[in-house]
Design a protein around this ligand. Structure first.
Ligand code: HEM
Length: 119
C-alpha cells in the first residue's frame, strides 16, 4: 500500500510537470501496485474476524475507487489528443484519489476492530 501511495504521488507530480512518458509509466505501475496491495490485503484479512458493517463500508469505497479507474484512463487518453479535456482528467483523478484516501481511512477503522482468528 505504501508503494502504491508513493507511485501515486509520482504519477500526479509527473502529470503536473507534463513529463508524459514518466507519467504513463508511473500510472501503469501505480495500478499494478494497487492490484498487489488488494491481493495482499485479502490474504491478510483472511486471518482476522472483521465486523461486517465496517467491512462493507470499506469495500464500498474500495470498489468505488476501482470503478473510477476506467474514467481516469479514458480522460487521460482523451487529454493526449485534446488539451481542453484537462478539467475532465483532473476531476476523474480527484475523485479517484479521494476514494482511495477514504478507502485507506476506512481500512484503518476496520482493522482497529479486527480480531485474529484462533486456529
Ligand atoms: C493513477 C492514474 C493517474 C493519475 C493520478 C493522473 C494524474 C494526472 C495529473 C494530476 C495531471 C496534471 C493535470 C493538470 O496539471 O491539470 C495529469 C496530466 C495528464 N495525464 Fe494523467 N493521471 C493518471 C493516469 C493517466 C493515464 C492512464 C493517461 C493516459 C494514457 C494520462 C494522461 C495524461 C496526460 C496526457 C496529461 C497531460 C500532460 C501534459 O500536460 O502534457 N494520465 N495526470
Amino acid at each position: 500500500m505504501a508503494i502504491t501511495v508513493v507511485l501515486l504521488g509520482l504519477t500526479v507530480w509527473a502529470g503536473r510537470r507534463a513529463r508524459r512518458r514518466l507519467h504513463y509509466a508511473s500510472a501503469v505501475f501505480t495500478l499494478l501496485a494497487l492490484t498487489g496491495a488488494i491481493v495482499q490485503a485479502e490474504l491478510y484479512g483472511r486471518a482476522y474476524e472483521i465486523p461486517t458493517l465496517r467491512l462493507r463500508v470499506h469495500l464500498g469505497f474500495a470498489f468505488a475507487a476501482l470503478a473510477s479507474i476506467p474514467w481516469v484512463v479514458l480522460t487521460g487518453l482523451r487529454l493526449r489528443v485534446q488539451p481542453n479535456a484537462r478539467p475532465h482528467h483532473r476531476r476523474a483523478v480527484g475523485t479517484f484519489i479521494a476514494l482511495i484516501v477514504v478507502a485507506i481511512v476506512t481500512a484503518i477503522w476496520m482493522l482497529i476492530a479486527a480480531v485474529p482468528i484462533a486456529d
